[in-house]
Write a protein that binds this ligand. Structure first.
Ligand SMILES: [Ca+2]
Length: 473
């Protein structure tokens, strides 16, 4: 089959842009003759031509060739497919572009977030290091609050334990008090009929101890008290023989008169107070504060019981060089003989060796008809005034109740004294060893202003001396 090569001037120009020259489809192009404007060679099938074959270009121009319909359709189909493909690619490109921009935005955000996270992490590390290196005020305050809370809890626990112990001790003391009361009742019952059995509890005015005030005493006081103790130790030498009154020109009216007669040694002297009556033996304290003191009472070792009757308190008991009570009658004779008043000096010493004194510039007793009522003057001293409350009170013993209390003060305090209701001092009470004693009542040898009512003193001396110098005999 022969190929037809059709070339037109305009068509050739158009096809030159689509196909390479000389690359004709399915055949080889012949060389165009020079000078011919539109000369095309048609290769015809092998057949016999009878005449010349000539295609005039004019005629061709006048009759444009009609393209092949099938080729046009094929081209259109190809073109359509290419356009569809191109459209699809454009769509894909558009989708990809959106994705890319989105990914880019995400990457940018991620970088921003990473930078922010890094910044915050560094800031956090910095703050942690700063807090570790120097704790801030808030941390310190928190620590203090925690410590205070712990301490408060510990204190509360300790307080609770103390409360429990206190309750246990209180119960124990209560049981012992009941037991002591039962034993006392048995003792009294075993001793036969008693005149002082009473079921009334004592209404003892307990003066609170002045221990804090004592602790605040000056050093000078204790130095003076040391000297006082030395003097007192010489008060009652156990081996000192009683002085014979006749050897030195006695008897004297009191110890001060003997002192003025040149007797400067402490001991037993026979004195003859002015007025009617026999002479009597007394212990003279001649070395303390100028001497001349007549001792009317002494406690030092508990060797003598002071829980006794009116008769004994009236006439005296004990031993002159030891514990003794001179006797209300003798004391009244000595202190009432004139011409001036007598002073009372009370020496006190506790179990720690601390000493104190109470001085009254007048001491006198009314006669027995007035139960030896006490008359006191002004006080001065270091022990505190525990006797003024008893001024003007009559003397009471276990068998003579002259006190201001409904019951018997002498019974509860186990002594004889100028009881009120009942006692701020009880120097004739029970001599307890060691100071603090455990009694159902306040029956120790106490001076409330000095060591309180629950402390029994170790040494007590009561002595009198004329305020004015003794008249020459
Ligand atoms: Ca009474």
């Amino acid at each position: 089959m022969a190929l037809l090569v059709l070339s037109l001037a305009g068509l050739a120009h158009l096809e030159s842009r689509v196909e390479e020259p000389g690359q004709s489809r399915g055949g080889r192009a012949a060389e165009p003759p020079a000078g011919a404007k539109c000369t095309y060679t048609f290769i015809m099938p092998q057949q016999k031509f009878t005449g010349a074959v000539c295609w005039s270009s004019v005629r061709a121009a006048l009759e444009p060739p009609v393209p092949n319909g099938s080729e046009m359709r094929a081209l259109q189909e190809v073109l359509g497919r290419q356009q569809a493909e191109l459209q699809r690619l454009r769509g894909l490109v558009e989708v990809d572009g959106a994705l890319v921009s989105e990914v880019k935005a995400l990457r940018k955000d991620s970088r921003t977030m990473n930078a922010r996270v890094g910044q915050l992490y560094a800031q956090l590390l910095h703050e942690i290091l700063q807090r570790r290196q120097r704790p801030g005020p808030l941390a310190q305050l928190e620590g203090r609050v925690a410590n205070a809370s712990d301490q408060a809890l510990q204190l509360a626990a300790g307080y609770r334990q103390l409360e429990l112990r206190y309750e246990a001790l209180a119960a124990l003391v209560n049981n012992q008090s009941v037991l002591i009361a039962q034993l006392e009742r048995r003792c009294q019952g075993g001793a036969g009929p008693s005149v002082f059995v009473s079921s009334q509890p004592p209404l003892v005015p307990v003066v609170p101890p002045r221990l804090s005030g004592i602790a605040n005493e000056s050093r000078a006081y204790f130095d003076a008290a040391a000297q006082l103790q030395m003097d007192q130790m010489e008060l009652a030498p156990p081996s000192l023989p009683p002085r014979a009154p006749g050897e030195s020109g006695g008897p004297w009216r009191d110890c001060q008169a003997a002192r003025h007669s040149g007797h400067e040694a402490s001991g037993v002297y026979e004195v003859q107070p002015a007025g009617a009556g026999q002479s009597l033996q007394v212990w003279c304290e001649q070395e303390l504060e100028g001497g001349g003191w007549t001792v009317i009472q002494r406690r030092q070792d508990g060797s003598v019981s002071f829980f006794t009757t009116w008769h004994h308190y009236k006439h005296g008991f004990g031993t002159l060089d030891g514990e003794h009570w001179l006797g209300l009658e003798s004391t009244r004779r000595v202190t009432g003989q004139g011409p001036g008043p007598y002073a009372l000096r009370v020496l006190l010493e506790d179990w720690a060796g601390r000493q104190a004194y109470a001085h009254y510039d007048r001491f006198a007793l009314e006669p027995e008809s007035d139960s030896y009522r006490l008359r006191l003057g002004r006080y001065h001293g270091s022990a505190g005034d525990s006797l003024a409350w008893h001024d003007g009170r009559p003397f009471s013993t276990l068998d003579r109740d002259h006190d201001a209390y409904s019951g018997s003060c002498a019974h509860y305090h186990k002594g004889g004294w100028w009881y009120n209701a009942c006692a701020h001092c009880n120097l004739n009470g029970v001599w307890y060893k060691g100071g603090h004693y455990r009694g159902r009542y306040q029956d120790g040898v106490y001076w409330a202003e000095f060591r309180g009512g629950a402390y029994s003193l170790r040494k007590v001396v009561m002595m009198v001396r004329p305020v004015l110098p003794a008249p020459d005999a």
